[in-house]
Design a protein around this ligand. Structure first.
Ligand SMILES: Nc1ncnc2c1ncn2[C@@H]1O[C@H](COP(=O)(O)OP(=O)(O)OP(=O)(O)O)[C@@H](O)[C@H]1O
Length: 313
Protein backbone atom coordinates (compact mmCIF):
# COMPACT_ATOMS: atom_id res chain seq x y z
CA UNK A 1 0.00 0.00 0.00
CA UNK A 2 1.40 3.36 -0.99
CA UNK A 3 -0.32 5.53 1.59
CA UNK A 4 -1.35 4.58 5.08
CA UNK A 5 -3.60 6.70 7.27
CA UNK A 6 -4.23 6.68 10.96
CA UNK A 7 -7.86 7.39 11.66
CA UNK A 8 -9.89 9.78 9.57
CA UNK A 9 -8.47 11.35 6.46
CA UNK A 10 -11.25 13.19 4.68
CA UNK A 11 -9.54 13.18 1.27
CA UNK A 12 -9.32 10.49 -1.39
CA UNK A 13 -5.88 8.92 -1.84
CA UNK A 14 -5.74 10.08 -5.46
CA UNK A 15 -6.06 13.73 -4.42
CA UNK A 16 -3.36 13.29 -1.79
CA UNK A 17 -0.97 11.61 -4.22
CA UNK A 18 -1.60 14.31 -6.78
CA UNK A 19 -0.81 16.99 -4.18
CA UNK A 20 2.26 15.17 -2.91
CA UNK A 21 3.63 14.86 -6.41
CA UNK A 22 3.09 18.56 -7.05
CA UNK A 23 5.10 19.72 -3.99
CA UNK A 24 8.09 21.83 -4.93
CA UNK A 25 10.54 24.43 -3.62
CA UNK A 26 7.84 27.06 -3.23
CA UNK A 27 6.04 24.88 -0.71
CA UNK A 28 9.02 24.40 1.59
CA UNK A 29 8.39 25.73 5.11
CA UNK A 30 11.59 24.53 6.72
CA UNK A 31 14.15 21.84 6.93
CA UNK A 32 15.74 19.95 9.77
CA UNK A 33 17.99 17.07 10.59
CA UNK A 34 15.81 14.47 8.92
CA UNK A 35 14.67 16.22 5.80
CA UNK A 36 12.51 18.94 4.34
CA UNK A 37 9.05 20.08 5.44
CA UNK A 38 6.48 21.19 2.85
CA UNK A 39 3.09 22.84 3.13
CA UNK A 40 0.46 20.89 1.23
CA UNK A 41 -2.85 22.62 0.49
CA UNK A 42 -5.82 20.51 -0.56
CA UNK A 43 -8.53 21.55 -3.04
CA UNK A 44 -10.80 22.70 -0.20
CA UNK A 45 -7.87 24.60 1.41
CA UNK A 46 -7.32 22.02 4.17
CA UNK A 47 -3.59 22.18 4.95
CA UNK A 48 -1.02 19.59 6.00
CA UNK A 49 2.70 19.54 6.67
CA UNK A 50 4.60 16.90 4.73
CA UNK A 51 7.98 15.85 6.01
CA UNK A 52 10.18 14.26 3.38
CA UNK A 53 12.67 11.98 5.05
CA UNK A 54 16.01 12.25 3.33
CA UNK A 55 18.02 10.27 5.77
CA UNK A 56 16.96 7.08 7.28
CA UNK A 57 18.35 4.22 9.19
CA UNK A 58 18.99 1.03 7.30
CA UNK A 59 16.24 -1.28 8.31
CA UNK A 60 13.24 -3.09 7.07
CA UNK A 61 10.25 -1.16 5.83
CA UNK A 62 8.13 -3.39 8.00
CA UNK A 63 9.79 -2.21 11.21
CA UNK A 64 9.53 1.38 10.01
CA UNK A 65 5.85 0.99 9.27
CA UNK A 66 5.10 -0.71 12.55
CA UNK A 67 6.75 2.12 14.46
CA UNK A 68 4.87 4.69 12.41
CA UNK A 69 1.65 2.87 13.23
CA UNK A 70 2.43 3.38 16.90
CA UNK A 71 3.39 7.04 16.45
CA UNK A 72 0.27 7.65 14.38
CA UNK A 73 -1.95 6.15 17.06
CA UNK A 74 -0.78 8.68 19.65
CA UNK A 75 -3.34 11.47 19.88
CA UNK A 76 -3.14 14.37 22.31
CA UNK A 77 -4.00 18.04 22.02
CA UNK A 78 -0.39 19.01 22.78
CA UNK A 79 1.23 16.63 20.30
CA UNK A 80 1.50 17.19 16.56
CA UNK A 81 -0.89 14.77 14.91
CA UNK A 82 0.69 12.33 12.46
CA UNK A 83 -2.07 11.70 9.90
CA UNK A 84 -0.33 9.12 7.81
CA UNK A 85 2.65 8.32 5.67
CA UNK A 86 3.49 7.55 2.12
CA UNK A 87 6.24 5.18 1.01
CA UNK A 88 7.78 5.82 -2.37
CA UNK A 89 10.75 3.95 -3.81
CA UNK A 90 13.24 6.74 -3.13
CA UNK A 91 11.73 8.47 -0.15
CA UNK A 92 9.28 8.39 2.72
CA UNK A 93 6.76 11.11 3.38
CA UNK A 94 5.14 11.74 6.74
CA UNK A 95 1.88 13.69 6.71
CA UNK A 96 1.14 15.86 9.75
CA UNK A 97 -1.49 18.39 10.71
CA UNK A 98 -0.25 21.84 9.77
CA UNK A 99 0.44 24.25 12.63
CA UNK A 100 -0.11 27.64 11.15
CA UNK A 101 1.95 29.75 13.54
CA UNK A 102 5.20 27.82 13.07
CA UNK A 103 7.69 27.00 15.76
CA UNK A 104 8.40 28.51 19.16
CA UNK A 105 11.97 28.96 17.96
CA UNK A 106 10.75 31.33 15.24
CA UNK A 107 8.61 33.24 17.72
CA UNK A 108 11.37 33.71 20.24
CA UNK A 109 14.33 34.27 17.99
CA UNK A 110 13.30 35.48 14.55
CA UNK A 111 12.64 39.14 14.71
CA UNK A 112 11.33 39.57 11.22
CA UNK A 113 8.81 42.23 10.34
CA UNK A 114 5.37 41.36 11.58
CA UNK A 115 6.73 38.75 13.96
CA UNK A 116 4.54 38.75 17.02
CA UNK A 117 6.07 38.86 20.45
CA UNK A 118 5.14 36.35 23.06
CA UNK A 119 4.16 37.90 26.34
CA UNK A 120 4.59 36.17 29.67
CA UNK A 121 1.13 34.66 29.93
CA UNK A 122 1.49 33.18 26.43
CA UNK A 123 4.83 31.70 27.47
CA UNK A 124 3.27 30.14 30.57
CA UNK A 125 0.59 28.57 28.44
CA UNK A 126 3.29 27.18 26.12
CA UNK A 127 5.28 25.80 29.06
CA UNK A 128 2.23 24.11 30.48
CA UNK A 129 0.97 22.62 27.20
CA UNK A 130 4.41 21.36 26.24
CA UNK A 131 4.72 19.70 29.66
CA UNK A 132 1.33 18.06 29.12
CA UNK A 133 2.38 16.68 25.74
CA UNK A 134 5.65 15.33 27.09
CA UNK A 135 4.11 13.88 30.23
CA UNK A 136 1.64 12.06 27.99
CA UNK A 137 4.49 10.53 25.96
CA UNK A 138 6.33 9.43 29.11
CA UNK A 139 3.49 8.28 31.29
CA UNK A 140 0.42 7.49 29.22
CA UNK A 141 1.80 5.81 26.10
CA UNK A 142 2.52 2.14 25.90
CA UNK A 143 5.31 1.64 25.05
CA UNK A 144 6.40 4.93 26.59
CA UNK A 145 8.04 7.36 24.20
CA UNK A 146 11.23 9.22 24.99
CA UNK A 147 11.34 12.29 22.79
CA UNK A 148 15.17 12.72 22.67
CA UNK A 149 15.14 16.08 20.97
CA UNK A 150 13.10 18.59 22.96
CA UNK A 151 13.89 22.10 21.76
CA UNK A 152 12.02 25.21 20.73
CA UNK A 153 11.97 24.31 17.02
CA UNK A 154 10.11 21.14 17.97
CA UNK A 155 7.34 23.06 19.73
CA UNK A 156 4.83 24.18 17.10
CA UNK A 157 2.04 26.65 17.77
CA UNK A 158 -1.50 26.82 16.48
CA UNK A 159 -3.50 29.99 15.93
CA UNK A 160 -4.46 30.07 19.64
CA UNK A 161 -0.81 29.71 20.61
CA UNK A 162 -1.52 26.26 21.99
CA UNK A 163 1.75 24.32 21.80
CA UNK A 164 2.08 20.98 20.00
CA UNK A 165 5.22 18.91 20.54
CA UNK A 166 6.57 17.61 17.24
CA UNK A 167 9.07 15.00 16.07
CA UNK A 168 8.46 12.62 18.96
CA UNK A 169 9.75 9.15 18.28
CA UNK A 170 11.50 10.18 15.08
CA UNK A 171 15.03 10.32 16.46
CA UNK A 172 14.85 6.69 17.50
CA UNK A 173 13.13 5.65 14.33
CA UNK A 174 15.43 7.34 11.87
CA UNK A 175 18.88 7.40 13.36
CA UNK A 176 20.79 4.45 14.70
CA UNK A 177 22.09 4.83 18.22
CA UNK A 178 25.73 5.40 17.36
CA UNK A 179 25.12 7.92 14.62
CA UNK A 180 22.51 9.57 16.82
CA UNK A 181 25.05 10.58 19.44
CA UNK A 182 26.98 12.66 16.92
CA UNK A 183 23.79 13.94 15.30
CA UNK A 184 22.29 15.29 18.45
CA UNK A 185 25.54 16.74 19.70
CA UNK A 186 25.96 18.62 16.45
CA UNK A 187 22.32 19.52 16.00
CA UNK A 188 20.93 20.51 19.34
CA UNK A 189 23.78 21.27 21.62
CA UNK A 190 22.62 23.18 24.64
CA UNK A 191 19.49 21.16 25.34
CA UNK A 192 21.21 17.89 26.08
CA UNK A 193 21.61 16.45 29.54
CA UNK A 194 25.25 15.93 30.50
CA UNK A 195 24.83 12.18 30.96
CA UNK A 196 23.14 11.88 27.55
CA UNK A 197 26.05 13.72 25.95
CA UNK A 198 28.46 11.32 27.61
CA UNK A 199 26.70 8.03 27.10
CA UNK A 200 24.43 8.73 24.13
CA UNK A 201 21.68 6.98 26.04
CA UNK A 202 18.41 8.90 26.19
CA UNK A 203 16.05 8.44 29.14
CA UNK A 204 12.92 10.18 30.40
CA UNK A 205 15.22 12.17 32.67
CA UNK A 206 17.29 13.44 29.74
CA UNK A 207 14.02 14.69 28.22
CA UNK A 208 13.24 16.39 31.55
CA UNK A 209 16.62 18.15 31.39
CA UNK A 210 15.88 19.42 27.87
CA UNK A 211 12.47 20.58 29.05
CA UNK A 212 14.20 22.54 31.84
CA UNK A 213 16.39 24.23 29.22
CA UNK A 214 13.25 25.02 27.22
CA UNK A 215 11.75 26.70 30.33
CA UNK A 216 14.91 28.81 30.65
CA UNK A 217 14.61 29.74 26.98
CA UNK A 218 11.04 30.91 27.60
CA UNK A 219 12.10 33.03 30.59
CA UNK A 220 15.27 34.51 29.11
CA UNK A 221 14.28 34.65 25.44
CA UNK A 222 17.80 33.40 24.69
CA UNK A 223 18.81 30.30 22.79
CA UNK A 224 20.72 27.79 24.91
CA UNK A 225 23.69 28.48 22.65
CA UNK A 226 23.55 32.27 23.05
CA UNK A 227 27.01 33.87 22.78
CA UNK A 228 26.37 35.89 26.00
CA UNK A 229 27.15 32.84 28.06
CA UNK A 230 28.84 30.47 25.61
CA UNK A 231 31.65 33.04 25.18
CA UNK A 232 32.16 32.89 28.94
CA UNK A 233 32.34 29.12 28.91
CA UNK A 234 28.90 28.70 30.49
CA UNK A 235 25.75 26.97 29.41
CA UNK A 236 22.36 28.56 30.02
CA UNK A 237 22.01 26.74 33.35
CA UNK A 238 25.39 27.96 34.63
CA UNK A 239 24.74 31.47 33.37
CA UNK A 240 21.38 31.68 35.09
CA UNK A 241 22.86 30.41 38.36
CA UNK A 242 25.57 33.06 38.24
CA UNK A 243 23.03 35.86 37.74
CA UNK A 244 20.73 34.52 40.45
CA UNK A 245 23.62 34.34 42.92
CA UNK A 246 24.26 38.00 42.17
CA UNK A 247 20.57 38.72 42.70
CA UNK A 248 20.17 39.93 39.12
CA UNK A 249 16.79 38.40 38.39
CA UNK A 250 15.86 41.34 36.17
CA UNK A 251 18.76 40.46 33.84
CA UNK A 252 17.47 36.90 33.50
CA UNK A 253 13.99 37.84 32.30
CA UNK A 254 13.38 38.55 28.63
CA UNK A 255 12.86 42.30 28.31
CA UNK A 256 9.98 41.64 25.94
CA UNK A 257 7.88 40.19 28.79
CA UNK A 258 6.56 43.38 30.32
CA UNK A 259 3.69 41.43 31.93
CA UNK A 260 6.00 39.02 33.80
CA UNK A 261 5.39 38.91 37.54
CA UNK A 262 8.24 37.96 39.83
CA UNK A 263 6.28 35.27 41.64
CA UNK A 264 5.67 33.09 38.59
CA UNK A 265 9.08 33.85 37.10
CA UNK A 266 10.72 32.60 40.28
CA UNK A 267 8.47 29.53 40.34
CA UNK A 268 9.38 28.68 36.74
CA UNK A 269 13.09 29.20 37.43
CA UNK A 270 12.84 26.91 40.43
CA UNK A 271 11.19 24.19 38.32
CA UNK A 272 13.80 24.69 35.57
CA UNK A 273 16.59 24.34 38.15
CA UNK A 274 15.15 21.04 39.35
CA UNK A 275 14.75 19.76 35.79
CA UNK A 276 18.36 20.62 34.95
CA UNK A 277 19.86 19.06 38.07
CA UNK A 278 23.17 17.43 37.12
CA UNK A 279 22.00 14.21 38.73
CA UNK A 280 19.23 12.62 36.66
CA UNK A 281 17.84 10.81 39.72
CA UNK A 282 17.21 14.14 41.42
CA UNK A 283 15.20 15.50 38.50
CA UNK A 284 11.41 15.28 38.78
CA UNK A 285 9.43 13.07 36.40
CA UNK A 286 7.44 14.83 33.68
CA UNK A 287 4.23 14.16 35.63
CA UNK A 288 5.76 15.88 38.65
CA UNK A 289 6.92 18.77 36.48
CA UNK A 290 3.40 19.12 35.16
CA UNK A 291 1.98 19.09 38.66
CA UNK A 292 4.49 21.72 39.80
CA UNK A 293 3.62 23.92 36.86
CA UNK A 294 -0.09 23.53 37.49
CA UNK A 295 0.18 24.18 41.23
CA UNK A 296 2.80 26.87 41.42
CA UNK A 297 2.24 28.71 38.19
CA UNK A 298 -1.46 28.43 37.61
CA UNK A 299 -2.85 28.55 41.10
CA UNK A 300 -2.00 32.16 42.01
CA UNK A 301 -4.43 33.51 39.47
CA UNK A 302 -5.78 30.96 37.02
CA UNK A 303 -8.66 33.09 35.75
CA UNK A 304 -6.33 35.96 34.85
CA UNK A 305 -4.17 33.52 33.00
CA UNK A 306 -6.98 32.25 30.87
CA UNK A 307 -8.38 35.67 30.19
CA UNK A 308 -5.11 37.27 29.18
CA UNK A 309 -3.41 34.52 27.25
CA UNK A 310 -4.71 35.58 23.89
CA UNK A 311 -3.47 39.18 23.93
CA UNK A 312 0.10 38.24 23.26
CA UNK A 313 1.04 40.95 20.80
N1 LIG B 1 3.41 20.21 11.33
C1 LIG B 1 4.00 21.35 10.98
N2 LIG B 1 3.26 22.46 10.74
C2 LIG B 1 3.86 23.64 10.39
N3 LIG B 1 5.18 23.81 10.27
C3 LIG B 1 5.97 22.74 10.50
C4 LIG B 1 5.43 21.47 10.85
N4 LIG B 1 6.46 20.61 11.03
C5 LIG B 1 7.58 21.31 10.80
N5 LIG B 1 7.30 22.59 10.47
C6 LIG B 1 8.27 23.67 10.14
O1 LIG B 1 9.39 23.12 9.50
C7 LIG B 1 10.57 23.42 10.23
C8 LIG B 1 11.51 22.24 10.12
O2 LIG B 1 11.00 21.17 10.86
P1 LIG B 1 11.83 19.89 11.19
O3 LIG B 1 11.08 19.12 12.22
O4 LIG B 1 12.19 19.17 9.94
O5 LIG B 1 13.20 20.47 11.71
P2 LIG B 1 13.64 21.06 13.10
O6 LIG B 1 12.65 20.69 14.15
O7 LIG B 1 13.90 22.52 12.88
O8 LIG B 1 15.03 20.32 13.34
P3 LIG B 1 15.26 18.76 13.67
O9 LIG B 1 14.95 17.97 12.47
O10 LIG B 1 16.72 18.75 14.02
O11 LIG B 1 14.37 18.43 14.82
C9 LIG B 1 10.09 23.72 11.65
O12 LIG B 1 10.96 24.56 12.35
C10 LIG B 1 8.75 24.37 11.40
O13 LIG B 1 8.93 25.73 11.16
Amino acid sequence: KLITFHGDMPYPSCEIIEKLEALDEEDVVGSGGFGTVYRMVMNDCGTFAVKRIDRSREGSDQVFERELEILGSIKHINLVNLRGYCRLPATKLLIYDYLSMGSLDDFLHEHGEGQQLLNWSARLKIALGSARGLAYLHHDCCPKIIHRDIKSSNILLDENLEPHVSDFGLAKLLVDEEAHVTTVVAGTFGYLAPEYLQSGRATEKSDVYSFGVLLLELVTGKRPTDPTFVKRGLNVVGWMNTLLKENRLEDVIDKRCADADMETVEAILEIAARCTDANPDDRPSMNQVLQLLEQEVMSPCPSDFYESHSDYC
